[in-house]
Design a protein around this ligand. Structure first.
Ligand code: ZN
Length: 283
């Protein structure tokens, strides 16, 4: 199942056509993406029983897509989860996940223009896992059952604010408006041959700057879910940014940061791509 937020309405997507879930279900399901996530099991049962072809009566306008999860209650993000990225950042791979948050107001949809704040704004393409059920103390081997689906995210990061303070606290520098674009669709784990092994790439102005496979992660999705849920109850619609591969701008020589006019494309096999343009800084 491929789910999207089209103009604020949850839809099922098939190719370039969409079915409005509230309409196709005759209002059995809510027209709000967050309320829908509370009923994920029921939704997958209903969608799995087969939707009539003519329910897919809306053309998908990529520019009208919003965040698949527009108002998550909790947003987790993981630092240094790919060995080459840990190495380029000057660290040995961590023994435990390094977890911070992107405050939820930064979450946006897949095609946006981001206003650059002052400072050094960098890119981080990431696989994003979305929680589909209340989860506390789940084991690693059952953790995929807690995942509604996977989507693409950019953990856009302003490195000056991120690194300020001793010790530094990452969250604010990664939470400027528009710093958490996600989408274009939420894809259920069963849609992938192997949801633990997806090709992930970041492309800046046509040049591939980041490329890896998600199987390279030090803490794969199930381990992250198990470890997070050992401490914090995970809630439907919670979002987990799972870390970025090597190739971020501040580790280039010389460093390269986002500037006005840049186009950043983030791609994951089996999901699609999101696309950001950058403007500013103003003032
Ligand atoms: Zn990140």
């Amino acid at each position: 199942m491929r789910l999207a937020n089209l103009g604020g309405h949850p839809v099922l997507v098939d190719g370039d056509r969409a079915a409005d879930i509230a309409v196709a279900s005759e209002n059995r399901f809510p027209a709000d993406p967050m309320a829908l996530l509370e009923r994920w099991d029921e939704l997958t049962d209903w969608a799995g029983s087969g939707l009539k072809r003519d329910a897919y009566d809306i053309p998908v306008d990529p520019d009208a897509l919003g965040a698949p999860v527009p108002r998550p209650r909790q947003v987790f993000a993981v630092a240094l989860n790919y060995p080459p990225h840990a190495a380029e950042a000057g660290f040995t791979p961590p023994d435990d996940p390094l977890v911070f948050t992107k405050f939820p107001t930064c979450i946006t949809g897949p095609r946006t223009t981001v206003e650059l704040p002052a400072g050094k704004v960098d890119w981080e393409v990431e696989l994003v896992a979305v929680v589909g059920r209340h989860t506390h103390h789940v084991s690693e081997d059952r953790a995929w059952e807690s995942v509604a689906g996977l989507t693409i995210g950019q953990d856009i990061s302003e490195r000056v604010v991120q690194a300020a303070g001793k010790p530094a606290q990452f969250s604010l520098g990664k939470s400027f408006p528009g710093f958490g674009p996600t989408g274009p669709v939420l894809v259920t784990p069963d849609e992938f041959a192997d949801p633990d092994d997806l090709e992930i790439a970041g492309i800046l102005n046509g040049d591939v700057v980041q490329q890896d496979r998600t199987k390279s992660m030090i803490f794969p999705v199930p381990e992250l879910i198990a470890r997070l849920s050992a401490i914090v109850p995970l809630l439907p619609g919670d979002v987990i940014f799972t870390g970025t591969p090597a190739g971020v701008g501040n580790r280039m020589n010389p460093p390269r940061y986002l500037t006005e006019g840049d186009e950043l494309v983030s791609r994951i096999s089996g999901i699609g791509e999101i696309r950001q343009h950058f403007r500013g800084p103003t003032g």
